[in-house]
Design a protein around this ligand. Sequence first.
Ligand SMILES: NC(=O)c1ccc[n+]([C@@H]2O[C@H](COP(=O)([O-])OP(=O)(O)OC[C@H]3O[C@@H](n4cnc5c(N)ncnc54)[C@H](OP(=O)(O)O)[C@@H]3O)[C@@H](O)[C@H]2O)c1
Length: 252
Amino acid sequence: MKLTGNTLLITGGATGIGLGMASAFLERGNRVAVCGRRQDVLEQAASSLPGLRTYRCDVRNADQRRALFEALCRDDLLPNVLVNNAARMRPYDLTDLDSDALEDVRGDVETNLLAPIELTSLFLPSLLERAGGVIVNVSSPGGVVPVANVPVYCASKAALRSFTRSLRYQLAGRVHVIEVYPPSVDTAMMSEVPLEMRSVESFTEGLMVHLASGKDEIWIGEGKWVRILDRVAPGWIFGLVNRATAGGSSSR
Ligand SMILES: NC(=O)c1ccc[n+]([C@@H]2O[C@H](COP(=O)([O-])OP(=O)(O)OC[C@H]3O[C@@H](n4cnc5c(N)ncnc54)[C@H](OP(=O)(O)O)[C@@H]3O)[C@@H](O)[C@H]2O)c1
């Protein structure tokens, strides 16, 4: 994709990887809107990045998604690049799923899988009308090799991977559909995961190089090895990933 002259909507773009992408795209002469649920966090992001436009929106909520779409129309910010980045990751003990836990499970699937599908459907007509339409779905190596203590996160990212491949096939030649598989990046989502992390800035700089290269699937850092080893030694890499991540995970 081209890295300048776009209008982007980045869901969950007021923190972490989304904010890193927002910053990198603003620096390169793009117009960037982000959304999230927490007003104070959106305000912090806006004051740290001049030019950033922020919108309060829970992507799980159909009325709020529609209101976001209308606000972007009103502000002449309908994107040619939709980045489905918002997600949540929670640990579950699958031997003990009470009704509260099942409610959380539903919320995870709605955030990580249904919202990207619904946002795609909402924004697709306008993406198809514009030149240079791009959808970037932020997935996870956990969607390829599951991390057992965050089973719903990994299952929803695996489903997002499958959906994204079908979407690319259906939109071939009309909208470029890109999947991003970040390695371990130091963000709130990973605050309790006992792995070595790279900084958001270092991840984002690498990501921009890959985005410019026109690839469909972007794997960065150790994530690449997870994908390769899943093909040649799936049992071994599953064991290694789960031993390495034992004892951690977090989210809101
Ligand atoms: N960090 C890593 O190592 C890593 C590795 C692989 C993949 N990823 C992927 O990278 C993406 C970004 O994650 P991150 O690491 O940057 O974590 P993060 O800082 O926790 O970002 C998640 C963002 O999503 C927003 N969000 C969550 N639920 C939402 C909802 N219902 N509606 C709107 N916004 C919502 C959050 O804002 P509010 O809470 O204010 O709504 C937050 O800004 C995710 O897709 C994640 O799966 C991350």
